[in-house]
Design a protein around this ligand. Sequence first.
Ligand code: GLN
Length: 207
Amino acid sequence: MKTPVIGVLALQGDVEEHIAMTKLAFKEMGVDGHVRQVKSAEEVNAIHGLIITGGESTVIGRLSSVNQTLQAIKQRIQDGMPVLGTCAGLIMLAKKVYDRVLGETKQSTLGVMDIVVERNAFGRQRESFETELEIPKIGEKKFKAVFIRAPVIREIGPEVEVMAKLGNKIVAVQQHNMIGTAFHPELTEDTRIHQLLINKVMNVYKL
Ligand code: GLN
């Protein structure tokens, strides 16, 4: 049996937290898996699944287009590699991005997921907060979700499945091999979102 390898895009953002959560998820699943930082196109081509971190999407977008990981990641995702984007990482997946104040940002993203997102959508009053979300796909127990200058998903295409809502705002989605959350599952103790990614990886690559 081959060992699943998850990469965490390590250009900017909360890389260590995702590495720790992925290790914990493998442990809880009883799966012998690896997780490693990914910084180059070559490294993108040597993993089975990728996590795109929270942080600052304009910075991740710029750095990844300069070092050519952006194109490599896009190609891998289009070829079926599973990916999880959290917060800024969700923005990176989106085909179109708006800023609440500035309008369409035209920042560089992968543009692979059929969603329109709005950055910083909760405004200054509610920049950061925690809440309990219902995410039926991963089980009955509510998920403690941490939102930090979070985006929301404004529009979804026909292939996109809504995984969670906060009031009337869509905050987690899935489109085939891609998972996106507006919140930060890596900042909790709950590995269920990471497990969802690992399960997709094992299915896609028959590991
Ligand atoms: N507001 C950030 C952005 O637009 C995302 C914040 C985060 O990842 N915590 O990229």
